[in-house]
Design a protein around this ligand. Structure first.
Ligand SMILES: Cc1cc2nc3c(=O)[nH]c(=O)nc-3n(C[C@H](O)[C@H](O)[C@H](O)COP(=O)(O)OP(=O)(O)OC[C@H]3O[C@@H](n4cnc5c(N)ncnc54)[C@H](O)[C@@H]3O)c2cc1C
Length: 264
C-alpha cells in the first residue's frame, strides 16, 4: 500500500472541505472495497477521509411513506432492524445475506451503493423500490443514479448522506450467491405497489438494471407462469469464470419466478 494522509472529520461540511483541498482524496466508509483496492494498488488516494464519526449519516428512521437509512449504517444494523423487519422486510433480508459476519459488521449501505459493484446487493433494492438518494448537494431518483460498472452520477467529492426507500405493498429479494464471496451471480428484487411491479436485477450485467419486459408482464399477470418464456438478451449479460452470459440470462428469469412465487 502507498502512503497517504488520514483525516477524521466530524461533519459532512468538514469532510467535503477536506476533499476539496486534497490532491486525490477518497472517502472511507467500511473500507471493505476501498482498502483491498489500495492493497492491490488499484487505488492510490493521497488522502483518506474517514466518514466514521459523522453521526448524522447513521441510523434508520421511519417517515410517513418511507424508511430512511443513513449511508453509514452497517449491513448488520440493517439486517437486525426491527423497524425494517416490520416496514420493508426485504431490505433487512437482503442485508442479512451480504458476505459474512465480518463484512456485515464493517460494510455500509452507502459504500455499497456509491461503489456500484455489478454484483452488489443493495443497488437492486434501491432500483427495485424506486428509492431517492440524498447527497450533500441534491436528491437523485434511483432510475437516474446508476450509470455503469463502478459508476454513478455522484460527482467528485459528493457525499451520499442517506437513502429514502418508499414502503411497497410487498417486496422480496432472491439471490443466487457465489458460494465463495456470497456476491450475487444474479440477484432479483421484485416490488409491488398499487398494482405496479418493479423488477431490478443485479449481478447479471455491468450494473444493476430494470427488467422492463418482466415488469410489464407481471403488472398484467402477477404469476411465475406468465414470465416463464421471457428470454433476456445474453449479449447484455456478464460472462466470466463464475457463469456464462447465457446462464445468467436464464437465471434472471428463474430467480424472478422464485421471487414472484414467494410474494404470492
Ligand atoms: C469478502 C467480501 C464479501 C462481500 N460480499 C458481498 C455480498 O455478498 N454482497 C454485497 O453487496 N457486497 C459484498 N461485499 C461488499 C461489502 O458489502 C461493502 O458494502 C462494500 O465493500 C462497500 O462498502 P464499504 O462501506 O466497505 O465502502 P468503502 O470500501 O469504504 O468505500 C467504497 C467506495 O465508496 C465510496 N464511498 C463510501 N461511502 C460513501 C458515501 N457515503 N458517499 C460517497 N462515496 C462513498 C468510497 O470513497 C469508495 O470509493 C463483500 C466484501 C467483501 C470484502
Amino acid at each position: 500500500m502507498y502512503g497517504f494522509k488520514y483525516h477524521r472529520p466530524q461533519t459532512i461540511e468538514e469532510a467535503t472541505k477536506i476533499f476539496a483541498a486534497c490532491e486525490e482524496g477518497s472517502y472511507l466508509a467500511g473500507g471493505h472495497t476501498l482498502l483491498p483496492s489500495m492493497k492491490q494498488r488499484l487505488a492510490a488516494p493521497t488522502d483518506l477521509i474517514d466518514l466514521a464519526d459523522i453521526s448524522s449519516m447513521r441510523g434508520i428512521r421511519e417517515e410517513k411513506d418511507c424508511v430512511v437509512i443513513g449511508a453509514l449504517t452497517k449491513h448488520e444494523e440493517v439486517a437486525s432492524s426491527e423497524l425494517l423487519h416490520n416496514a420493508i422486510p426485504s431490505i433487512a433480508d437482503l442485508a442479512g445475506n451480504i458476505g459474512d459476519a465480518q463484512v456485515r459488521n464493517r460494510g455500509t449501505m452507502g459504500g455499497s451503493i456509491a461503489n456500484s459493484d455489478p454484483a452488489a446487493d443493495y443497488p437492486s433494492a434501491v432500483l427495485g423500490l424506486g428509492a431517492v438518494l440524498v447527497s450533500d448537494k441534491r436528491e437523485i431518483e434511483a432510475d437516474e443514479f446508476f450509470l455503469g460498472m463502478f459508476e454513478t452520477v455522484l460527482e467528485e467529492g459528493e457525499i451520499l448522506k442517506e437513502v429514502r426507500f418508499p414502503k411497497p405493498e410487498a417486496s422480496v429479494y432472491k439471490k443466487f450467491p457465489n458460494p465463495a464471496s456470497r456476491y450475487a451471480v444474479v440477484g432479483v428484487f421484485v416490488a409491488r405497489t398499487m398494482g405496479l411491479v418493479r423488477v431490478a436485477i443485479t449481478g447479471a450485467g455491468p450494473c444493476v438494471f430494470r427488467a422492463r419486459e418482466i415488469e410489464e408482464i407481471l403488472t398484467k399477470d402477477f404469476s411465475a407462469e406468465a414470465i416463464r418464456n421471457v428470454r433476456l438478451d445474453a449479449d447484455l449479460m456478464n460472462d466470466d469464470m463464475h457463469a456464462s452470459a447465457d446462464y445468467r440470462a436464464n437465471l434472471c428469469v428463474v430467480m424472478a419466478q422464485r421471487a414472484v412465487r414467494e410474494l404470492i
